[in-house]
Design a binder for this molecule. Structure first.
Ligand SMILES: CCCCNCC(=O)NCCc1ccc(S(N)(=O)=O)cc1
Ligand SMILES: [Zn+2]
Length: 251
């Protein structure tokens, strides 16, 4: 994939009104009480019985086969089904996340991608609708190893080239990839952060980062992208907020 600065030519929406990622200015975020209590954000995932990994040329992706749902919070009454998760990261720990918090970049950002199964018939049908997708953004910071991520980081070496796919015969529970605190998050209306950049995503970015070990981050940086280079810095820089408000669920 060419550099983000070139996307505007092929994808004019790159300069649209609800592009992602954004810099989250914490002091400007508005507390939203109605995403608490009974309609708090809720995940109900079924563990995968085998793990399907794909090097799609610009990230490493895990394709989900079980029926897992995300509901509540900013999603109203709709059920969003987990489709896949993937990551963005830097060449070094000081950069790599797509969203930033008061200008701070994390080393990586995990995206759990869901589509609105209450209103649409498939991911492909939902991907272009304004309420079609919901993505959970989890910041990653260097620290202790994440056990549930080991099945991905331990197999990056076998997924080196773009287009490589493999199925690992082990279970994976996506719930264990989430931070312990899933009540505190920012949410806003945005887009896919890679082409086709469709403005179809309700973003939910958790405040609490998750730790991955140095080795797990290094494993990501050794992947090879569709240009044959080390897959690094596969993050889009923040886009303009324009007329949007970021909501927060915590004070
Ligand atoms: C007409 C073409 C249809 C394309 N159909 C496939 C497609 O749109 N794939 C895009 C998939 C995608 C991209 C970026 C994110 S992110 N980084 O925002 O979470 C999530 C998901
Ligand atoms: Zn992403």
């Amino acid at each position: 994939m060419k550099r983000p600065s070139t996307w505007g030519k092929d994808f004019p929406i790159a300069n649209g009104e609800r592009q992602s990622p954004i810099d989250i200015v914490t002091s400007a975020a508005e507390y939203d009480s109605d995403v608490q209590g009974s309609n708090a954000l809720s995940t109900n995932y079924t563990p995968e019985s085998e793990v399907k990994l794909v090097n799609n040329g610009h990230s490493i992706m895990c394709q989900i086969t079980k029926k897992g749902v995300l509901t509540g919070g900013p999603l109203g009454k709709d059920e969003y089904r987990l489709e896949q998760f993937h990551l963005h990261w830097g060449a070094e720990d000081g950069r790599g996340s797509e969203h930033t918090v008061d200008g701070k970049m994390y080393a990586s950002e995990l995206h759990l991608v869901h589509w609105n199964a209450s209103k649409y018939s498939s991911f492909a049908d939902a991907v272009q609708k304004p309420d079609g997708l919901a993505v959970l953004g989890i910041f990653i910071t260097p620290g202790v190893a994440c056990n549930q991520f080991k099945v991905i980081s331990d197999n990056c070496g076998k997924l080196k080239t773009s287009g490589a796919e493999m199925t690992v015969d082990t279970t994976l529970d996506p719930t264990l990839l989430l931070p312990s605190n899933t009540s505190d998050y920012w949410t806003y209306l945005g887009s896919l952060t890679t082409p086709p950049l469709f403005e179809s995503v309700t973003w939910i970015v958790f405040k609490e980062p998750v730790e991955y070990s140095k080795e797990q981050l290094l494993a990501l940086r050794n992947l090879v992208d569709s240009d044959g280079n080390h897959m690094q810095d596969n993050y889009r820089p923040p886009a303009a907020l324009k007329q949007r408000k970021v909501k927060k669920t915590f004070t």
